[in-house]
Ligand binder design. Structure first.
Ligand SMILES: Nc1ncnc2c1ncn2[C@@H]1O[C@H](COP(=O)(O)OP(=O)(O)OP(=O)(O)O)[C@@H](O)[C@H]1O
Ligand SMILES: [Mg+2]
Length: 503
């Protein structure tokens, strides 16, 4: 999938198009210092500055891009926006999941906006990629212009053909999903069928593997020492596991470094599933239905979709609260419309509402003024189902005979930040060296850029599937068994059927 590019380009731009968040990074491979830049200015229009943007798209009724990322989320959630407009605009988020779950994916496949309206998925992906393409090329040109001040002969702007594009994709995706992403990229003007090598599709845990092996130990949480991890892995000569815990997907690969030439060899085909961080959000939604009533929450979501989005945005921030840091609980500020609806539908004051909540959650959930309080213990419970699925998956993988001597596990992806996941993995695998980079969500984007610089470092992959092709060939008595011989009805030639296996 990730073919080495034939043409040496002047800049490599990698896009990590995530289920929940997207990012991009770039490098100038011909520059004296091949520093990987990760764009850090997402959300400036909203007064913040992040290295990631929500993968959220807001389109007008007639399918024009209206806003992307923080701006799309903000506009959709703004209480000032009239309910009527909110229902007309097409808001899409978490749509990347479709590519994994839909088996008969094709150009006519549709994705549903929040207001229920369907839209061609290819167009939704292409619109997002087109936006990311614009922001990333602008950032690259801006940096180039800065350095061009010292180099008057440099071209002012990069031409499209000077850019090598990389888009990261989950390793567990089937071929149709990978092809779909490529088509969406072409539609967005990123590479073209005439020059397919201009786009590399890098597998997310593979990219992370490139990045992690080159880091010194002290670049991992809780580790010390400046020895590079690769050197230790070289000496140990055993496979290591890369676990990408994303928002939508758990994506695992197992690699080993070839002691003779230093190449990376895959030891097991990629595995995983839709076991990402968004399941915690799903558990929170269940908690809200249990606490306030299913009908109440359903009606509220329908009537105030933007206020519901605000609640989910606030939960996204508060669920990151670290345990044992002056806190017994998290407190989510509820929008006025939610409080008003509670007073109208459930009870006239906090006591009445708390009586309802306590029927389901006697200890761990409560309302005080306009705050919903959830104990840290309950927050752990919201993580538990998905954390258990992830650890069970890793356990079953490690029980395979070929993976018995895996010693090191790299945890990457944003969900690896979740303390409840990290603690459980450490508890379940006490004999493994668990290495989490300080910024696990950036491991993939850094690695994707490095991968594009040297794709041939990865020498062998284990295919998840073997394809067989049955063909009719002329019968050869020296090669083919007599009982398989037959006369072809159209050609009257002696034939036999042979199956070729393609890996
Ligand atoms: N401290 C934390 N506690 C709990 N969840 C967290 C924490 N930090 C990040 N997350 C979750 O991690 C996910 C984001 O991770 P990441 O950015 O790697 O995903 P993604 O790239 O969007 O998804 P994917 O790779 O599956 O397409 C989100 O679900 C987010 O809520
Ligand atoms: Mg990801």
């Amino acid at each position: 999938m990730a073919a080495a590019s034939q043409v040496k380009r002047d800049v490599i731009i990698a896009i990590d198009f995530g289920t929940t968040y997207s990012r991009f990074g770039y490098v100038f491979p011909n520059a004296s210092e091949d520093h990987v830049y990760v764009f850090q200015k997402w959300g400036r229009g909203q007064g913040v500055s992040y290295s990631k943007t929500p993968t959220a798209l807001l389109m007008t009724e007639d399918g024009k891009l209206h806003k992307f990322g923080h701006a799309a989320m903000e506009m959709y959630a703004k209480q000032a926006m009239s309910q009527k407009d909110c229902k007309k605009l097409l808001y899409f988020d978490k749509f990347k999941l479709l590519l994994h779950s839909k088996e008969d994916l094709n150009e006519r496949t549709e994705v549903r906006a929040r207001n229920g309206k369907k839209w061609p998925a290819l167009d939704v992906f292409a619109k997002c990629l087109e936006y990311l393409k614009k922001i990333s090329t602008d950032a690259v040109n801006e940096r180039h212009l800065k350095s061009a001040k010292d180099n008057p002969n440099a071209d002012v702007m990069y031409k499209p053909e000077q850019i090598q594009w990389v888009i990261t994709i989950p390793a567990i995706w089937r071929i149709s999903a990978k092809e779909f992403m490529r088509k969406a990229a072409y539609k967005a003007g990123i590479a073209s069928p005439e020059d397919p090598d201009q786009l590399i599709l890098a597998l997310e845990p593979e990219a992370a593997s490139y990045y992690c092996r080159k880091l010194p130990f002290d670049m991992f949480k809780g580790q010390q020492g400046n020895e590079v991890v690769k050197e230790t892995l070289d000496q140990e000569k055993v496979p290591y596991m890369v676990v990408d815990n994303g928002g939508g997907t758990l994506d695992i690969t197992v690699h080993e470094i070839n002691a003779v030439d230093g190449h990376i060899l895959e030891k097991h085909c990629p595995t995983g599933g839709l076991f990402g961080g968004i399941h915690v959000d799903g558990e929170f939604e269940k908690l809200m239905s249990n606490a306030f009533g299913e009908d109440f929450i359903r009606n509220f979501k329908e009537k105030f979709p933007n206020d519901w989005q605000i609640i989910m945005n606030r939960f996204e921030i508060h669920k990151r609260a670290e345990e044992d840091v002056d806190n017994d609980e998290i407190s989510i500020n509820l929008p006025l419309n939610f409080i008003k609806s509670c007073y109208h539908d459930i009870g006239e004051d906090d006591d009445a509402i708390n009586t309802k909540i306590k029927r389901f959650y006697p200890e761990n959930v409560s309302l005080s003024s306009d705050y919903l309080n959830i104990t840290m213990e309950m927050l752990g419970e919201l993580h538990r189902p998905i954390v258990t699925r992830i650890t069970e998956h890793i356990k079953s993988l490690l029980s395979k005979e070929t993976l018995q001597d895996v010693k090191t596990m790299f945890l990457v992806g944003g969900f690896s930040e979740a303390q409840f996941l990290r603690k459980e993995i450490s508890r379940c695998f006490p004999d493994k060296r668990i290495l989490i980079p300080h910024d696990p969500e950036l491991a993939i984007i850094h690695g994707a850029v490095e991968f594009a610089q040297d794709p041939s470092l990865l020498r062998a992959r284990i295919m998840g599937k073997t394809y067989g092709v049955r063909v009719c060939v002329t019968f050869d008595p020296k090669k083919h068994p007599e009982e398989k011989r037959f006369v072809h009805s159209l050609t009257n030639i002696m034939c036999t059927v042979v199956t070729f296996f393609i890996r």
